[in-house]
Design a protein around this ligand. Structure first.
Ligand SMILES: [Mg+2]
Length: 316
């Protein structure tokens, strides 16, 4: 099985080839939505496969998600509720936790002195709080009141130039209350305090549902990057940075790791950015191997494909 070549349907391989493939990795990173669950429902067979990979084959298994709407602990509780037997919440890699861990370890960020401005949802604030970090703005709406002028807003909110010095980071996540006022506040902090961190949960462009699509976090952060004239650091897939805590501690070797996911751009792209093996499942964006192969030349291709993660169970 060559990396970066034509994707192969795993079920077309012989038993011997599959067992060789199973021996080529020690660690499994597995995406959440579209791969092992859809919101609060497990995809059939997925818990059995991840549990068997750990218990029968001795693989280390992590769930890695770009979901910034829940804390690591909340995602761990969901995994337990749905039957996934992970050893601890440290086996969940999520953007909210990656952001909090990053700030705790950053020499420029001082939790005693600094707070965080969040353009995003309340889970980011909950995760920061668990790590002893104060924040404001998360989950709230901020709009110009009728009759209010932007000049009045700016004079009122940004009149004290020292106020931004206490803000050590701007964090952007998916925000249903995104507004001009929030963008102005983030722009003011990032421009007047160049040492502040600028982090984003992920750059997911669009969330597609049956019958409609909604803007993802990429759209919000692009607006703030444009006015702040700075690039945010991405704390989700496909940025290899999110694996650094595990690679640095020696818990994970990327060349002995399999990434399982349903999205070519994010999951297979992440595998390719990190030098990992990849398995794409057809329970999310792509429902057949030919859909995947049609993207060849435009999007990264997985090493192997399976219609559902549950199809791996007979080999384990
Ligand atoms: Mg997914």
């Amino acid at each position: 099985m060559s990396r970066g070549g034509e994707a192969i349907n795993l079920s077309d391989l012989s038993g011997e080839q599959v067992s060789e493939w199973l021996q080529s990795f020690d660690t499994v990173l597995c995406d959440g939505d579209g791969t092992i669950w859809q919101d609060d429902t497990a995809i059939e067979g997925a818990p059995d496969v991840l549990n068997a990979l750990q218990q029968r084959l001795g693989k280390a298994v992590y769930i890695i998600t770009n979901n910034g709407l829940k804390t690591r602990q909340e995602l761990f509780e969901r995994s337990q509720r749905l039957g996934f037997q992970l050893p601890s919440d440290r086996h969940i890699i999520s953007p909210t936790a990656a952001i909090a861990d990053y700030l705790v370890q950053s020499p420029e960020f001082d939790a005693k002195r600094h707070k965080v401005y969040v353009v995003g949802n309340a889970a980011i604030a909950r995760e920061l709080r668990r790590h002893g970090i104060d924040s404001y703005g998360a989950g709230e709406s901020e709009e110009l009141a009728p009759g209010d002028k932007w000049q009045d807003f700016a004079a009122r909110e940004f009149g004290n130039p020292k106020a931004a010095e206490n803000v050590g980071a701007v964090v952007v996540g998916w925000d249903e209350y995104f507004s001009y006022c929030k963008m102005a506040r983030a722009c003011h902090i990032l421009c007047s305090n160049p040492s502040s961190a600028f982090l984003v949960t992920n750059r997911d462009a669009v969330h597609k549902y049956p019958g409609f699509c909604i803007p993802g976090t990429a759209a919000f952060v692009a607006g703030i990057e444009a006015c702040a004239e700075r690039d945010a650091l991405e704390m989700g897939k496909p940025n290899p940075l999110v694996l650094e805590p595990l690679t640095k501690s020696g818990a994970l070797r990327t060349e002995r790791t399999l990434m399982i996911g349903d999205c070519l751009k994010i999951d297979v792209g992440f595998a390719s950015n990190c030098g990992m093996l990849s398995l794409l499942v057809g329970t999310g964006r792509y429902s057949s191997l030919s859909d995947v192969q049609r993207e060849k030349g435009k999007l990264p291709q997985p090493d192997v494909y399976l219609p559902r993660l549950g199809d791996l169970l007979p080999y384990l």
